[in-house]
Design a protein around this ligand. Structure first.
Ligand SMILES: C[S@@+](CC[C@H](N)C(=O)[O-])C[C@H]1O[C@@H](n2cnc3c(N)ncnc32)[C@H](O)[C@@H]1O
Length: 238
């Protein structure tokens, strides 16, 4: 109470702290939260020994992909075991391609996601430290739509990071991953709550459609993170 009275009578304190917090860049906060989500998920799969590939849909500059490889090395040491994870990333490295009407959004613009691919690939190689990784380059309609994980030598998944923003891309990713799911697979959606809360749109809408079409796969929500992220674990496959 004393503290509250003090704050009430000294408004400069709230001015100071709110100005200080404004200095922290939202992008930076969000990236740290994404790192933390990947770290938590990695800890959980080591803890429960959920073996399988790390699949990432939406690699862009390789920020989260590189982090996943880095934190894997830490977990190997921490748990003193090798899970022999292969890291597989899917991206066109030139944006979304054609965007459907329902996926239009003022911030998700294709041209922004065009990257200097050679530079990104060099940096991923540097960060891999000899770990197994693959990048499947191209638009999902060409790389995964008509394919199965087996076609790409992928068996089970341990962690799936869905960071491809749009409903269309997310649905292609989830349908592709279906046969890799096992009890314990963790699915992280980085952009779960965008599209003004519209339940038919974005990653949320895609996940709802996927669940409706696959009632035999049960998911349990495990945590929320950052500005728009939510993670689930496959809790049962009937
Ligand atoms: C938000 S960025 C990924 C950010 C990245 N995970 C990071 O942490 O830096 C989204 C990426 O998804 C890719 N993407 C989305 N839909 C795609 C599609 N249908 N085919 C190929 N790439 C796609 C874009 O090219 C873009 O690089």
């Amino acid at each position: 109470m004393k503290l509250l009275n003090f704050i009430k009578n000294n408004l400069f304190i709230q001015n100071f702290f709110s100005s200080l917090f404004c200095l922290s860049h939202p992008f930076f906060e969000n990236v740290l939260a994404k790192y933390s989500a990947i770290k938590k998920s990695m800890f959980m799969i080591y803890h429960d020994e959920t073996r399988g590939s790390y699949l990432e849909f939406g690699v862009f500059t390789g920020n989260s992909f590189n982090f996943a490889m880095k934190i894997n090395m830490k977990m190997e040491k921490l748990f003193d075991k090798k899970m022999d994870i292969e890291f597989v990333g899917f991206d066109s490295f030139s944006g979304f391609g054609e965007i459907k009407k329902e996926d239009e959004n003022p911030t998700f613009k294709s041209q922004f996601f065009k990257v200097d691919e050679k530079k990104v690939l060099r940096n991923i190689k540097k960060n891999s430290n000899g770990q197994r990784y693959r990048l499947i380059k191209g638009f999902y309609k060409d790389t995964i739509k008509e394919k199965t994980p087996k076609d790409l030598d992928i068996e089970k998944s341990s962690i799936i990071l869905i960071d491809c923003d749009l409903k269309d891309s997310t649905l292609l990713a989830l349908n592709f991953c279906k046969s890799t799911f096992q009890e314990g697979t963790i699915i992280i959606f980085d952009d779960f709550n965008y599209f003004q809360g519209n339940e038919l749109k974005g990653e949320y809408g895609a996940f709802e459609d996927f669940k409706k079409n696959n009632p035999g796969i049960l998911f349990r929500r495990i945590f929320d993170y950052g500005y728009s992220g939510r993670a689930f674990i496959v809790s049962k496959i009937k």
